[in-house]
Design a protein around this ligand. Structure first.
Ligand code: PNS
Length: 159
């Protein structure tokens, strides 16, 4: 069984991430979406909120969603995956992804990173952009699904 992990912040998940997951499940038997837990990063959504949103969107046997804190290579090993999936949008992503790939290779030579490219229509979407537009009362329906909009709306109201 070909298993892969797809790690990220997903704060929140966007149509760009969804596009990558949909592409990944065509290649792998199981895709474990890994919601990164990192005490040093300030997320808008809690670990559980980020996980639940992805679970709501992917009601699919091939997609599992976990929360993980620690090294991505360790997460892959613990979950029986030998592939890390990362999405590439613009060429500007490449430098960071290249560096991360080299570091992960150094940590575990058996684990490869597979880069998938989003559809051109999602190539400029990022979670930060979605949060900024939403915060300024802009329409994010082209960037993120209704479950995300609902949660962001409810967060804004409770501010
Ligand atoms: O969605 P993001 O914020 O680009 O995801 C970044 C993530 C979570 C994939 C990256 O920060 C990560 O792998 N963190 C886990 C710690 C780790 O393994 N670091 C060494 C690799 S550089």
């Amino acid at each position: 069984m070909k298993k892969a992990i797809y790690p990220g912040s997903f704060d929140p998940i966007t149509y760009g991430h969804i596009d990558i997951i949909n592409r990944a499940i065509k290649i792998f038997d199981e895709v474990i979406v890994v919601v990164s837990k990192n005490a040093n990063k300030k997320f808008l959504l809690s670990d559980e909120e980020r996980q639940t949103l992805i679970q709501k969107i992917f009601d699919n046997q091939k997609v599992k969603v976990i929360i993980f804190s620690g090294l991505t290579t360790k997460c892959a090993l613990e979950n029986g995956a030998s592939t890390i999936i990362r999405g590439l949008r613009m060429i500007t992503d490449f430098e960071y992804e290249f560096q991360m790939n080299l570091a992960n290779k150094e940590l575990n030579k058996e684990i490869d990173t597979v880069f998938l490219m989003t559809d051109i229509e999602h190539s400029y979407i990022s979670s930060s952009l979605v949060k900024e537009i939403h915060n300024l009362a802009g329409d994010i329906s082209k960037f993120a699904p209704p479950a995300v909009i609902e949660l962001l709306d409810s967060k804004k109201k409770s501010d």
